[in-house]
Design a protein around this ligand. Sequence first.
Ligand code: NAP
Ligand code: 8YV
Length: 318
Amino acid sequence: MIKPDILAVAKLHPLYQEALQRVFTVHQRTHETDPAAFAELAPRIVGVAASGESVVSGALLAQLPNAKVVSVFGVGYDGVDVQAANACGIAVTHTPDVLTDDVADLAMGLVLSIGRRIPQADRFVRAGEWLNGPIALAQKVSGARLGIVGLGRIGQAIARRASGFGMSIAYTARSSKPESGYTFYPTAQALAAQVDYLVVITPGGAGTRHLINAEVLSALGPKSYLINVARGSVVDEEALIRALEAGTIAGAALDVFANEPRVPEALRKLPNVVLTPHMASATLQTRQAMADLAFANMQAGTAGLPLHSPVPECTVGA
Ligand code: NAP
Ligand code: 8YV
């Protein structure tokens, strides 16, 4: 049986790649690696497989007359031109909910890591420094004030976990959510001025670019911490480095960066920083669930069946 052709626009997670290969012929970035072959292949492509960080432009979609779906392995889809996809009649899907617990878990892990200085303490013991005296005191997390930028699926899961730590919870989002019972601030700057830990968990893209800028960091102040598990684009990384170097914020814990996987040396050198490699959803269980959902969306989309999890702006098949 001939397998329909899929274009992978990124190096796919092996679990997603393996699932796709059972049913489809997967062409790995042919549009970039072999434009001549792609010109011949493009009319046969029925679906596009992407990661959460992939760029899927309108120009690319316009070259795929028979594509029916872009299936993103990730909840974030800020690199996908959904408006162009709608115009081309191509559905866009993503993997919400299945990764919410993991991302919220890592966000709390980063709050604890930066506040209680767990990675620094690990380095302290390994370097034999314990022999020379006790480690410097850290900051208390239980009972502290938490600010959440983006009270969506993951933001709410972070708030539930933080409640277990007795933290007071405030947030900003595009709209207030009185039913949450948490304190709403209309801007990130107003929120930052009131918290000890500011966790960023919005989508990326133009609407949130540099939402966390020099003014927000200045409002956060020298005793408070920034935690970013959203997208690197949401934080002005240069302003962040300046604030960390000057001590105008206490520290930062970052899972995402402006130019991944490149992390500026200035950030890597700083002692008051905890860095992880965009791994908030990277557990075996969650990556399997993401692969299952992304594959199910690809199968449904290419077969013209109802989609499992289209992105909210998708009008195709609605
Ligand atoms: P979601 O349910 O759509 O929630 C997004 C939240 O962000 C909503 O509360 C929304 O406000 C708020 N928001 C959007 N634009 C905003 C703006 N300009 N200013 C303030 N708030 C804004 O999405 P989710 O499932 O929680 O995921 C959120 C994001 O996390 C993803 O898009 C992705 O970028 C990131 N993520 C990162 C990782 C990682 O590995 N580090 C893993 C998964 C997800 P309203 O509620 O008012 O609309
Ligand atoms: C993934 C993410 O690491 O879901 C997202 O938006 O950022 C992460 O879960 C990534 O998308 C995998 O491609």
